[in-house]
Ligand binder design. Structure first.
Ligand SMILES: Cc1ncc(COP(=O)(O)O)c(C=O)c1O
Length: 373
C-alpha cells in the first residue's frame, strides 16, 4: 500500500530533534523556525515531556471517557490557571479542526441558530463545518457547501453589525491572529466592538487560538492583547508539543448536556499527560514571557532590514512580507542555511519557532537570513 499523497514534501528526513534544532538522516542540523507548523511549543523532545509521557505509557496509555480520568481534572485546573480562565470548562478532542467543529456545534445547540460569520482569508481546518468557515473554496467538497456562512472583510465593524442585526447568526468565528491568512492581527477596537455586538445580538463569539494561542503571541492567548473574553476558545498545536491533542475552553454560560458532544480518543491518559507536561514546562521556564521578550527583540531587528516590505506579529508569531515571491529565498534558507520556516501565499514568511527560543538563536537566525537577502 502507498501513502495517499496529498502533501508536497521537501526532500529532508528528520530523525531527531532537541529544543529548537532538528537533525536529518545525513546528520545535518537545522534551526527550526517553523515548529512543525506552530506545534512545538516547549521545544522538541523536552526531557520533562519525554519522562512524563513515557511514565504515563508505562502505567496506562488509553481508556475511553466511560471511566474516571483524574488527569483531565488536573489538566483543566492547570489550564484555567495558566490561561486566565479558571471559571471556564475544557473539552478535549484530537485536532484543531475537530475543536472548531465542536465549537460551532456547541454555539448552535446553545442558541438554536444556523448561520455563521467568518472572515476573509480565514483558515479553521478540514472537517465539515470547520472547512466551510475556511475562506478557500479549493478545500471544500460539495458535501461541505450547505452550511450558511458569510465571509466578511477583516476589521470591518459595519459589515459585522449588518450581518448580526437580525439576530439570526449563531456564532462568529475569528482567529486570534490570522495565520495562514498572512499573520494579520485584528485591531483592538474591532475585537472589543465585536465582543460587544455579539453580546447585544445573542451571537456566540468563538476565537480560534489554535495557531495564535498557548503563549505564541507573548500572552497566553492572542485575544488577550485586546482584553476581551470570547465565549468559546479553541486550542490545539502548541497544547501537546506534538502529541495530537486539542480542545475548547467553554464559558460558564454554556450548560454541559449529556451526550451533546462526544469523542473516543479525546482527553485520554497520554493526551492529558502531554498537555500537563507542556503547561508545567511553560510555567517553570516562563515561556509565555520568553516568547514576548525574544519575539519583541526579533521583530525589532527584522524591521531594520530594508529588503522586507512589512514585518507583522506578536511574540513568536511573525510574518515577513516581501514584494516578490519568496520561493527562491525560502529554498536558500532551508537547503543552504538549514533553517525551517513557514510560508503563506507567495510573498510571506511565517516564523513560528518553539517558545523556548533564545536571543542567541534569534541572532543566529538573523545572520542566516541576512546572508541570503
Ligand atoms: C488557525 C487554525 N485553525 C485550525 C487549524 C486546523 O488544525 P488541525 O490541522 O489540527 O485540524 C489550523 C491548522 O493549521 C489553524 O492554523
Amino acid at each position: 500500500m502507498k501513502f495517499f499523497d496529498v502533501f508536497s514534501r521537501w526532500n529532508i528526513e528528520p530523525v531527531s530533534a532537541l529544543g529548537c534544532k532538528v537533525y536529518d538522516v545525513d546528520g545535518n542540523e537545522y534551526l527550526d523556525f517553523y515548529g512543525g507548523h506552530a506545534v512545538i511549543s516547549i521545544g522538541h523532545s523536552h526531557p520533562k515531556y519525554v519522562v512524563k509521557l513515557t511514565e504515563q505509557l508505562g502505567k496506562i496509555g488509553f481508556y475511553s471517557n466511560s471511566v474516571q480520568i483524574p488527569l483531565q481534572d488536573e489538566y483543566a485546573e492547570k489550564l484555567g490557571k495558566a490561561s486566565g480562565y479558571p471559571d471556564y470548562s475544557v473539552f478535549m478532542v484530537n485536532s484543531g479542526a475537530e475543536a472548531n467543529e465542536n465549537a460551532l456545534k456547541l454555539a448552535s445547540f446553545y442558541n438554536q441558530r444556523n448561520q455563521v460569520v467568518a472572515f476573509r482569508k480565514s483558515f479553521h481546518g478540514r472537517t465539515s463545518a470547520a472547512v466551510r468557515v475556511t475562506d478557500n473554496v479549493n478545500y471544500q467538497a460539495p458535501v461541505n457547501q450547505n452550511m450558511e456562512v458569510v465571509f466578511l472583510p477583516w476589521n470591518d465593524m459595519d459589515a459585522v453589525r449588518n450581518a448580526l442585526k437580525n439576530k439570526e447568526v449563531s456564532s462568529v468565528i475569528i482567529e486570534g491572529i490570522q495565520g495562514i491568512g498572512g499573520i494579520v492581527i485584528p485591531d483592538t477596537q474591532f475585537m472589543q466592538e465585536l465582543r460587544q455586538v455579539c453580546d447585544e445580538t445573542g451571537t456566540v463569539l468563538i476565537v480560534d487560538e489554535i495557531q495564535s494561542g498557548y503563549g505564541r503571541s507573548g500572552k497566553f492567548f492572542a485575544h488577550q492583547h485586546a482584553a476581551i473574553r470570547p465565549d468559546i476558545i479553541t486550542i490545539a498545536k502548541g497544547m501537546g508539543n506534538g502529541f495530537p491533542v486539542a480542545g475548547m475552553l467553554i464559558s460558564p454560560k454554556f450548560t454541559a448536556v449529556s451526550g451533546q458532544l462526544g469523542t473516543t480518543f479525546g482527553g485520554n491518559h497520554l493526551a492529558c499527560a502531554a498537555a500537563i507536561a507542556v503547561l508545567d514546562v511553560m510555567e517553570e521556564e516562563q515561556l509565555v514571557e520568553n516568547a514576548a521578550k525574544v519575539g519583541a527583540y526579533l521583530i525589532n531587528e527584522l524591521k531594520q532590514l530594508p529588503q522586507i516590505k512589512e514585518v507583522r506579529g506578536h511574540g513568536l508569531m511573525i510574518g515577513l512580507e516581501f514584494s516578490e515571491p519568496i520561493k527562491p529565498l525560502r529554498d536558500k534558507l532551508l537547503f543552504e542555511q538549514h533553517v525551517f520556516t513557514g510560508v503563506t501565499g507567495s510573498c510571506v514568511f511565517r516564523l513560528l519557532p518553539p517558545l523556548c527560543l533564545t536571543k542567541a538563536l534569534a541572532d543566529e537566525f538573523l545572520v542566516r537570513l541576512k546572508s541570503i537577502l
